[in-house]
Design a protein around this ligand. Structure first.
Ligand SMILES: Nc1nc2c(c(=O)[nH]1)N[C@H]1C(S)=C(S)[C@@H](COP(=O)(O)OP(=O)(O)OC[C@H]3O[C@@H](n4cnc5c(=O)[nH]c(N)nc54)[C@H](O)[C@@H]3O)O[C@H]1N2
Ligand SMILES: Nc1nc2c(c(=O)[nH]1)N[C@H]1C(S)=C(S)[C@@H](COP(=O)(O)OP(=O)(O)OC[C@H]3O[C@@H](n4cnc5c(=O)[nH]c(N)nc54)[C@H](O)[C@@H]3O)O[C@H]1N2
Ligand code: SF4
Ligand SMILES: [Mo]
Length: 809
């Protein structure tokens, strides 16, 4: 593996330290094979001198799950990782929260040749990846000086803390410490929304009112009461892999009554593999056209629930259309071809767009129209398309049209809801800077902040930005370079030292983002820290508190973020305010004690550490979304202006009139299929005829766990291609290919498989971006090919909309 990483100062020491641990932990594959200088420090073995010990810990990455780990150490070195070994799987709520292969391989993430070991400052050009080791004092002085300069010269709103989900489960340490400190200095430019659900979470409140929980759907446990289960791009077998949580409940509910399951996805996913009755492959970005074709059948064959639409909804037909709407502005007219576009959304019309046979659409419509109750759900890969806001709103039209809402066995069409059991959390304080950018177009705020307003860029809490972003803190985040889109363009913006003047990266590993740092702060991993974590956000109907013990002492010169920020706070005369007199471990104890006051049932901290995760089953009430509304819509209106489900949204009618949109962007009061950029109907498809369907692979969590050779062997990392497309290009499995469009090019291997539909290729996101000297990515990172254009409504990420061409390399 030859890439830019070998140019960093880290490379000489990588092999040696890794081999030393390799011997201690029973051998592992070492990356790279260069000679080395011996400047490595050894793991601290003084911490746990009594030979063998076992500690509770957990995997804290952002996969939506949270799993228990048991860490075995010998003389202060991790020897083995096991997972939850308690309880009795026959009783729900007592079952083991077993980790997937990623969590079980965490030892190799801790003892990894890519570990950041010392504070380092950049030498050479930004992005070149050359660094010089410095002391902690020098590092924190440098950060404080640059930060003070930025605050004085520009203001607090020139400082941005990026999105970053690498330590999703850390709440009393980690990146929140930076937020707490920045808030004490006068605030920072924050973001809203997230790369995961930016579009659906922005769009569905127009239909259903404000969200109370993370997701607005029913719990997956409701599946067991359904007659039919229809899932759009929902893939829990790969994206919620914990032994506790969504996939566990989904499978047991489905099995209990053998519920007929139909899955719509361009890929044949692990959620299928024989557990489905029907796989309907669909062209990416066209689910809304499929649903409109289904709606046509439901309407023309009288399968809609007219009474429900009249009593609970606004804008299905003339009767409930608000006065402000144009004539024939209602949904029925739109489907029947009587609306402004004059197109009748017949199954034949939908068939041409989606690639699904007309008769299959008709059959699907009749099944959905007659199965009561029907549980309809969607994953969030669909809304990560360029027309994702519209698609998520259109999909929820199926439960709305058929009245499958608020009743046992139904869902709103949104992703499923989950129980969350709150863990202690360090207070971050109030941010005096109220204007926020979206999680995705923060990059624009670096170079064209003057053009960004509430009406052009979706700013919240203010109408304009007074300053460009001049200082970035990126902690437990890889969006600086790997996880954001269009990386060649990104490198030009981030790499320009005259734009953003200082970049601090705090991570465990030498990532693509870390390479763009001016200052590198090496963080401890969660196995080197203490914490009490909550369940992830996809734990199904079971919440939990996970104890994390410090299994080994911090390696090298790593420090926890809390420690870094405490030291930093002294340089701003804010030490007392920041620490309130507590160390991190004291905060944890204090916050846990506060938590116990709210919920006296939870075990003490000592008991928790003794017994392992504390599991709590969600109450029965509240598991069916919109149950109260269904019972009495007047007493329990939804949070829309009308209090009804707004098929026709008056808020969107106003936004469509007032916002200044980029040419080609469409916002409509009705949910509808729209052709958007990088779809198969984009004129660019002439040059780039293949769509890529991005997805989240079980081989890693985003970019985290990518640098574990075992996982790279277990899960294939290349491009999936249908035999028909491969034959056209003379490709067979294992061939080296180049994949390109006008934004970039990458090299990888191909896997020829009927698990992906013709005309579409599939590529798991999160591989490490490794451009060579010509800028060709040798790492297989899909964001080489994605677009930085933000979506019309939420100004979010359409990172699954990709057009490419492929050839043998
Ligand atoms: N193993 C693993 N698990 C993870 C993560 C990870 O990186 N790795 N990441 C976690 C995070 S942060 C998130 S946000 C979630 C993401 O969860 P999702 O967003 O649901 O995951 P994706 O894999 O992006 O998309 C789900 C499915 O949608 C399909 N799909 C893509 N485009 C379309 C389309 O236009 N139409 C249809 N019908 N299907 C489409 C994909 O093939 C995929 O099978 O996963 C979480 N879980
Ligand atoms: N093309 C495309 N791009 C995508 C997506 C997609 O589907 N397609 N998905 C998007 C989604 S849904 C998401 S949520 C984002 C995720 O984007 P990120 O939140 O950036 O996720 P990761 O790549 O896992 O990066 C987390 C970083 O945290 C670091 N880290 C892990 N543990 C620790 C720790 O203890 N301390 C510190 N300081 N750092 C730590 C890891 O080394 C890693 O660099 O990516 C988005 N990008
Ligand atoms: S990656 Fe997710 S499912 Fe796997 S062990 Fe970690 S928390 Fe559990
Ligand atoms: Mo995400």
């Amino acid at each position: 593996m030859k890439n830019w990483m070998q140019n960093t100062i880290l490379s000489p020491i990588r092999r040696r330290t890794f081999m030393k641990w390799g011997a201690a932990v029973g051998g592992a594959t070492a990356a790279g094979g260069l000679p080395f200088k011996s400047i490595a420090s050894t793991p601290d073995t003084t911490a746990n001198p009594n030979d063998k010990q076992t500690f509770w810990s957990a995997c804290l990455v952002n996969c939506g799950s949270r799993c228990a780990l048991r860490v075995h150490t010998e003389n202060g070195v991790i020897t083995q990782i096991e997972t939850d070994n308690r309880g009795d799987d026959t009783e729900f709520g007592q079952h083991q929260i077993r980790a997937c292969l990623r969590g079980r391989s965490i030892k190799h993430r801790v003892y990894n040749p890519d570990r950041l070991k010392y504070p380092m400052k950049r030498v050479g050009k930004r992005g070149e990846g050359r660094f010089e080791r410095i002391s902690w004092d020098e590092a924190l002085d440098l950060m404080a000086d640059k930060l003070k300069y930025t605050l004085k010269e520009y203001g607090n709103d020139a400082v941005h803390i990026t999105y970053g989900s690498g330590t999703q489960g850390i709440r009393t340490d980690g990146k929140d410490c930076f937020k707490r400190l920045m808030n004490l200095t006068g605030g920072f430019l924050d973001y809203y929304g997230n790369y995961s659900w930016g579009q659906i979470q922005f769009a569905l409140p127009f239909t259903y009112g404000n969200k109370k929980a993370a997701a607005y759907g029913s719990y997956t446990t409701e599946i067991e009461n359904a007659e039919l289960l229809v899932m759009f791009g929902y893939n829990p077998a790969e994206t919620r892999m914990s032994g506790g949580g969504e996939i566990h409940e989904h499978i047991s509910a489905q099995r209990k009554r053998n519920i007929r399951t139909i899955i719509i996805d361009p890929r044949y996913t692990d959620t299928m593999l024989g557990k489905e009755e029907q796989w309907i492959p669909i062209r990416p970005g066209t689910d809304a056209a499929l649903v409109e074709g289904i709606a046509h059948v439901l309407i023309t064959e009288n399968l809609v629930d007219q009474a429900f639409l009249d009593a609970y909804c606004q804008g299905y037909d003339e009767k409930t259309l608000p006065a402000s709407a144009p004539e024939n502005g209602h949904y029925k007219a739109h489907i029947l071809g009587l609306g402004p576009d004059g197109i009748e959304k017949t199954p034949k019309w939908a068939s041409q767009i989606t690639g699904i046979q007309e008769k299959q659409i008709i059959q699907l419509a009749r099944e959905i129209g007659t199965a009561k109750p029907c549980f309809i759900t969607q994953g969030t890969g669909i809304q990560r398309q360029s027309n994702g806001e519209q698609t998520s709103r259109v999909i929820v039209m199926l439960p709305i049209l058929t009245g499958n809402i608020g009743l046992s066995g139904t869902n709103t069409g949104d992703m499923p809801a989950n129980y969350g059991y709150p863990a202690p959390r360090l207070p971050v304080g109030d941010n005096p800077i109220k204007t926020r950018v979206t999680f995705f177009n923060w990059v624009e705020a670096i170079w064209r902040h003057e053009e960004m307003t509430d009406k052009t860029a979706g700013l919240l809490g203010g109408e304009k930005l007074n300053n460009p972003i001049k200082f970035i803190i990126s902690c437990a985040s890889n969006v600086l370079m790997n996880q954001h889109a269009e990386l060649k363009r990104q490198a030009e913006i981030i790499g320009d030292e005259s734009l953003c003047e200082f970049i601090v990266v705090c991570d465990n590993h030498m990532t693509a983002s870390a390479r763009y740092a001016d200052l590198l702060l090496p963080d401890v991993t969660n196995l080197e820290n203490t914490e009490v974590s909550s369940d992830g956000y996809s734990s199904g109907s079971m919440g939990a508190l996970f104890p994390l013990e410090r299994a080994i002492q911090p390696l090298y010169e790593t420090k926890s973020v809390y420690e870094m920020c405490s030291e930093l706070s002294k340089r701003f005369d804010l030490y007392d305010e920041f620490t309130e007199g507590r160390t991190h471990d004291e905060w944890l104890e204090y916050l846990y004690a506060e938590r116990m006051k709210q919920d006296p049932n939870i075990p003490s901290l000592a008991e928790l550490r003794e017994q392992g995760p504390y599991q709590v089953v969600a109450p029965k009430e509240g598991r069916i979304a919109l149950e109260d509304f269904r019972k009495d819509p007047n007493a329990n209106p939804v949070g829309t202006p009308s209090g009804r489900i707004e098929i026709y949204s008056t808020k969107l009618e106003t936004i469509a009139k007032e916002w200044e949109l980029v040419e080609g962007d469409i916002i409509t009061p009705l949910p509808q299929y729209v052709v958007s950029w990088d779809s198969h109907l984009d004129p660019r498809a002439k040059d780039y005829p293949l769509q890529i369907c991005g997805y989240h692979t079980k081989g890693r969590t985003h970019s985290t766990y990518h640098n574990i050779p075992w996982l790279r062997e277990v899960v294939f990392d290349g491009l999936w291609m249908n035999p028909i497309d491969a034959a056209k290009r003379g490709l067979t499995s294992g061939d080296s290919i180049k994949v390109w469009n006008d934004r970039g090019e990458l090299r990888m291997a191909v896997k020829v498989t009927p698990r992906i539909m013709p005309g579409v290729a599939a590529l798991g996101q999160g591989a490490w971006y490794s451009p060579d000297k010509k800028g060709i990515d040798q790492g297989g990172c899909v964001n080489t090919l994605t677009s930085q254009r933000s979506t019309p409504l939420s100004k979010g990420n359409g990172q699954h909309s990709i057009l490419v061409e492929v050839a043998k390399a």
